[in-house]
Design a protein around this ligand. Structure first.
Ligand code: HEM
Ligand code: FPP
Length: 301
């Protein structure tokens, strides 16, 4: 009897750990971080603690649920790619039904928290973001067009808008600028990975840009989108939303990003594409951290 209970607890622990991995915790963490920056940027003071906590939790739970739905829908493809074949659904560590129940509960709980403790606007925008990623991107765009990531990127760019709405109950132009930064960042971020994983995407028939249009065409578009990104990152300074700390940080981060993408364009290697992909994550993290640092530093003065 005691043995059976111990076994059951062990099974539940394995299932929960597997489920947690399907919430793509590292991606979700950066998504939540950008949402929190949206919250901090939306007010000259600190946001009310109860709303800050409820909004952060609600957005994190819904983002995790969206990622888990993506894992359910893509499990057959995931099983055939080296990068994803160890995910819990392809290895059979958890069942589809179990994951579906947990993802639905998590998403419902996250959205309810936003509705009850934050505001209905944030709940509806977050629900739209979930549908944008789990349905529009995953089901319709990803298998259909190399523009999947450009259009689908809109849902990954939503978090600062969600954060701002959580505190102020509006969608502001400042939040839209932060949205645009992530929106322009997403193609270079993802195409860098898609380049060194192009053979796997080709094998499973997903029309990522390097598969449909080749390496050189993708590299050119990475450079073009990075130029657009760099341009957009100067808007916060030029409209007085951010100041010198942000400007200097953006200059340095942009310079390094440009060096990466131009070097990649000039002399492609999988190893450099992998480093560019990793840098894209550092870039977005530091750029958003700089927005917040600049915001509070300037208020101090
Ligand atoms: C539709 C848009 C996006 C696509 C297609 C995309 C694609 C990817 C892929 C395929 C990976 C590798 C994941 C893995 O191997 O587990 C990845 C990693 C990552 N992405 Fe994105 N991404 C998108 C948007 C975003 C956004 C909006 C953020 C955050 C604001 C983000 C943050 C990250 C982070 C932090 C990682 C590293 C995960 C790790 O180290 O395990 N991505 N992305
Ligand atoms: C707040 C909220 C509801 C956010 C939802 C938006 C969200 C979770 C965006 C994540 C983007 C992401 C993980 C892309 C992975 O691409 P992929 O799915 O093509 O990669 P894969 O091959 O690793 O599955």
């Amino acid at each position: 009897m005691a043995h059976a209970i111990a076994l059951n607890i062990q099974e539940i622990r394995v299932s929960l750990r597997s489920f947690f991995m399907m919430c793509k915790p590292r991606v979700s963490a950066l998504i939540v971080f950008t949402a929190m920056i949206g919250m901090f940027m939306s007010t000259p003071h600190l946001p009310p603690l109860d709303i800050l906590i409820a909004a952060t939790l609600g957005i994190a739970m819904t983002s995790g649920a969206a990622a888990a739905f993506n894992c359910i829908i893509e499990q057959k493809i995931d099983a055939r790619m080296a990068r994803t074949r160890h995910r819990p659904l392809p290895t059979g560590q958890v069942s589809t039904r179990q994951t579906l129940v947990l993802a639905t509960l998590l998403g419902f709980a996250g959205l309810s928290l936003l509705y009850a403790m934050v505001n209905p606007l944030t709940m509806w925008l977050t629900f739209g973001t979930l549908l944008g990623y789990a349905v529009i991107y995953t089901v319709f765009l990803k298998p259909a067009t190399p523009l999947n990531i450009v259009i689908g990127g809109a849902s990954g760019a939503m978090p600062p808008i969600l954060g701002w709405a959580a505190i102020n109950n509006v969608v502001s132009h400042e939040a839209l600028i932060m949205f645009l930064i992530i929106f322009a960042w997403t193609p270079p971020h993802f195409w860098a990975l898609a380049l060194y994983r192009r053979e796997e995407y080709a094998k499973v028939g997903i029309p990522m840009l390097p598969v449909t249009h080749g390496v050189q065409f993708t590299l050119l578009h990475i450079v073009l989108y990075t130029i657009i990104l760099v341009t957009i990152t100067f808007i916060p300074y030029s409209m007085g939303m951010s100041h010198l700390i942000y400007l200097i940080s953006a200059l340095v981060l942009n310079l390094v990003f440009m060096v990466y993408v131009v070097a990649l364009y000039a002399d492609y290697s999988d190893a450099l594409a992998k480093r560019t992909f990793r840098y894209s994550i550092t870039y977005l993290t530091l750029l958003f951290a700089a927005l917040m640092l600049d915001h509070y530093w300037m208020l101090e003065w």
